[in-house]
Design a protein. Structure first.
Length: 326
């Protein structure tokens, strides 16, 4: 039997392969801590989804300043059980001497958020394990579903615009690209002239110009575009990281520079939580070199190496936007 090292009193034990049981009379904190939503959005959404389900099913009830488990409750993993009890995935359980025989009346299926509501009315869909066929299915949906027609039109315009030659540092063309990206992706660029000027300087760099670095797949180019080129409402430098990934993605013909945004982040966090495809528990995606490695490891884990950068991007974006954000 295991006990959680925290002010919350909770015990539990490993069950079956990766499952975990939280014992009757264990406590659970009421509100999810802000850090869960900030750093572990996938776990946050699971906790917000499952707590009401546990209450509805008569397995959890509020008692004063905490929830109380009314029966032994079976979860898909020890980490998920920890999130439900404490609100954070990194709290540790310690071993106790008592041994426990699993009760025969435990639910056959562990609690998990496999079922998520889809944006389309009355559509409940199970999130499948990633595969080439699943990615291709999502990509086909992107191209044919009318709900994405506005985004497709924008991408066609951007594709045409980014074919225009600005290798000589044409500030007018660079400015047009910055403004178009900002409008189509809502990247909240407040100083497009400054951002365009920064990109012009990188293009004109004699030793290591922007287009050379695109060809070399240099991840630090994203940092050099993003860092301090934009300004916030107070006129102070603002990092435009997501914009910079989108600029490199489009300027390099949608190859080698995957896009970072909140929906892609949400999907990757979900798959890390479910399958632990990355060698570190927390995905630190704010560093682009690290982000590219995370995307690469994700593709290797699920055999998606033959999928294009665009296909993987659309898959993760649709999954985050229309499934996980609901």
């Amino acid at each position: 039997m295991l006990k959680l090292k925290a002010s919350i009193q909770a015990t539990g034990y490993d069950y079956k392969e990766k499952g975990f049981v939280v014992c009757k009379d264990s406590q659970s904190r009421l509100a999810s801590p802000p850090s869960l939503r900030e750093h572990h959005q996938g776990y946050y959404h699971k906790r917000e989804y499952l707590i009401p389900k546990l209450i509805e099913n008569g397995e959890l009830k509020r008692e004063g300043n905490y929830y109380k488990f009314l029966k032994d409750c079976y979860f898909v993993s020890k980490t998920l059980a920890t999130v439900i009890v404490w609100g954070l995935p990194d709290k540790k359980w310690e071993s106790l001497k008592e041994s426990v025989v699993p009760f025969p009346d435990l639910a056959k299926t562990p609690y998990d958020q496999k079922i998520l509501s889809h944006r389309e009315p009355s559509s409940i869909t199970e999130i499948e394990e990633p595969s080439v066929s699943v990615v291709e299915k999502f990509y086909d949906r992107w191209k044919t579903n009318s709900s994405y027609s506005r985004y497709i039109s924008q991408e066609k315009y951007l594709e045409k615009l980014f074919k225009n030659d600005d290798t000589n540092g044409d500030i007018d063309m660079i400015f047009a690209k910055v403004c178009a990206l900002n409008t189509c992706y809502s990247t909240r660029i407040l100083a497009p002239v400054e951002v365009a000027t920064r990109i012009m300087e990188l293009i004109k760099s004699k030793e290591n110009g922007l287009y050379k670095r695109l060809t070399e797949r240099d991840p630090t180019l994203v940092y050099d575009i993003a860092n301090g080129s934009d300004l916030n409402n107070l006129g102070n430098p603002r990092n435009c990281y997501s914009f910079a990934t989108k600029y490199c993605y489009h300027q390099n013909n949608k190859k080698d520079f995957p896009i970072y945004d909140k929906f892609v982040k949400m999907s990757l966090n979900y798959f890390q939580m479910e399958y632990e495809f990355y060698d570190k528990p927390q995905l630190k995606m704010g560093n682009y070199k690290s982000f590219k490695k995370i995307i690469g490891d994700f593709q290797k884990r699920f055999g998606l190496e033959k999928c294009t950068t665009e296909q993987v991007d659309k898959y993760l974006w649709i999954l985050g936007k229309d499934y996980l954000s609901k």
